[in-house]
Design a protein around this ligand. Structure first.
Ligand SMILES: CC(=O)SCCNC(=O)CCNC(=O)[C@H](O)C(C)(C)COP(=O)(O)OP(=O)(O)OC[C@H]1O[C@@H](n2cnc3c(N)ncnc32)[C@H](O)[C@@H]1OP(=O)(O)O
Length: 490
């Protein structure tokens, strides 16, 4: 098939998928929470059985990451997530305030278009499908071309399980003929209610251009600050575990370490003991040539590769037990590849005089890239932790935990999510770890509890002002304000 035929077919398919999803969702919208929960349970259970197979398939197809860690992520997105959402009330009456006589009703948004990334193809697809059905929505996926087989396999498993437990046909669907035109057609369709997109900058722009509400998991570039009161052994072990998890693919993962001067040598020593290799200036330059393509986009050849493989690609000789590659850096700038996000086990290392300077360095890094995403602090000083949390342009501040696992809610009690909102700071609509509650509208119900007249007769909260009881009172007040204004002007 030539490219034009492929594009046309993809657009046609997109239209049919959204129309089928719209009809299925009309039925789904009538399902009570219990019925949706039964379907979700069956989907999670079914896909959990394939967690290992799908992990191996993801790695083989994309060449990104480690299958052992992808297996953990698949268990996380099925069993762990299911446990967290099984008792959530998302549709129907979700809360009632008997005293104030108000009620909240969860209403599904309708048809969701989802784009899973090539970096987490199975886990993100499972997660998005489960939270969509939990919230009574239909969902149509546009698989990343690099992970089309894995995403297709995941969805076939989920669709079969969902159908067995009563999900209307078409409520979960996916594009088989892949093309940017088809993906854009899904987004632009008049019946599309919301877009859930992770990764691929070009398609994020297309999602925003569609004018549809878009929930977007943005790029990370989170620093890890090690403060002088930290348990250095644990901090370093956390950072190495995080940065090597799935070979550094998770967007919440640390991209740099900022250490206080007085503990910097101890941190370096501990890092070396844990398999870190400190690059010389020349090696740093050599390695960094591989990070980005000429157009500034990340080079897929380095994504999810081990430290040994990265060193080999650049002709750098490192010990066989090397876990991460570290480059000592002083400055942050868009032109410095070490102050940007790279989805692989490479870290920049900055040293700052004290925590206030470290605070500034972390802000500089986040403003450079990864605004609104995540940072981690290792400290036992509550005052510093709180000050740090108050001042950073991020949506998640993690404390004494590996960032990649803490950010997604595996080692913290944040919601288990594979789409991490970056808030207004990151150009998004939500700063949440995205949950089923982000996929509904809330219909507010309010019973009448007072008459209009009751408002003016209620005692006024401001000591020197009385309620406006008549037109005369209003005129007096206006005159007073006018006089005040004229005095201020003079
Ligand atoms: C919680 C978490 O950790 S989520 C992690 C999310 N983070 C990310 O995914 C990081 C952002 N992703 C990226 O920067 C890139 O995807 C990389 C670097 C990982 C991989 O890059 P590449 O292999 O070059 O693939 P890329 O994703 O850019 O897509 C390749 C092509 O497929 C196209 N494509 C991607 N998805 C789709 C889709 N759903 N439909 C149609 N086309 C698509 C892209 O438009 C691109 O086309 P182009 O080459 O003509 O521009």
């Amino acid at each position: 098939m030539n490219r034009i035929d492929n594009d046309l077919l993809s657009v046609q398919e997109a239209r049919i998928l959204v129309e089928n999803a719209r009809e299925a969702q009309k039925l789904l919208a009538t399902f009570p929470q219990e019925k949706l929960d039964k379907i979700v349970r069956h989907m999670a259970e079914a896909v959990h059985k394939y967690a290992r197979e799908l992990a191996i398939m993801s790695c083989e197809e994309t060449g990104f990451g480690k299958w052992q860690d992808k297996f953990v992520k698949n268990v996380f997105a099925s069993d762990f997530l299911y446990k967290k959402i099984r008792d959530m009330k998302v549709v129907g009456i979700i809360s009632e305030d008997k005293e104030n006589k108000t009620m909240d009703i969860g209403v599904p948004v309708g048809v969701i278009i989802a784009l899973p990334p090539s970096t987490n193809p199975a886990s993100t697809t499972i997660y998005k499908a489960l939270i969509a059905i939990k919230s009574g929505n239909a969902i149509v996926f546009s698989p990343h071309p690099k992970a089309r087989k894995t995403i297709g396999r995941v969805l076939d498993i989920l669709i079969r399980a969902a159908a067995e437990s009563g999900l209307p046909s078409g409520a979960i669907g996916y594009l088989r003929t892949l093309a940017v035109d088809g993906t854009v057609a899904l987004m632009n369709h008049k019946d599309t209610a919301l877009i859930l997109v992770t990764g691929v900058p070009k398609l994020v722009r297309a999602a925003y251009t569609s004018g549809k509400p878009t929930i977007y998991g943005g790029p990370g570039n989170g620093p890890a600050f090690i403060e002088r009161s930290a348990d250095i052994k644990k901090a370093v072990a956390d950072i190495i575990a995080s940065r090597t998890f799935d070979n550094g693919i998770v967007s919440a993962s640390e991209q740099s370490i900022v250490a206080e001067d007085c503990i910097a040598d101890e941190v370096r020593q501990e890092l070396r003991r844990n398999g870190a290799y400190f690059l010389s200036d020349q090696e740093s330059q050599q390695l960094s040539k591989n990070f980005f393509r000429p157009d500034g986009r990340l080079n897929p050849e380095i994504v999810g590769k081990s430290a040994i493989e990265l060193a080999r690609q650049s002709g750098i000789c490192v010990p066989e037990d090397t876990q991460v590659l570290i480059s000592e850096q002083k400055y942050v700038s868009a032109a410095n590849p070490y102050s940007r996000e790279k989805l692989c086990p490479v870290l920049a290392f900055y040293v700052e005089k004290d925590w206030l300077n470290a605070c500034e360095k972390c802000i500089e890094l986040l403003v450079n890239e990864g605004r609104g995403h995540t940072l981690v602090i290792h400290s036992t000083n509550e005052k510093v932790i709180r000050e740090f949390a108050l001042k950073k342009p991020v949506s998640r501040v993690l404390v004494n935990t590996p960032a990649s696992l803490g950010g997604i809610g595996a080692t913290t009690n944040l919601f288990p999510a594979l789409t991490l909102g970056c808030g207004a700071a990151g150009g998004g609509v939500t700063s949440d770890n995205v949950t089923p509650l982000n996929l509904i509208n809330i219909r507010k119900v309010g019973y009448g509890v007072r008459q209009l007249g009751d408002i003016k007769s209620e005692p006024c909260s401001f000591a020197n002002q009385r309620s406006l009881e008549s037109k005369q009172d209003l005129n007096e007040l206006l005159e007073k304000l006018l006089k005040q204004l004229m005095v201020e002007k003079i």
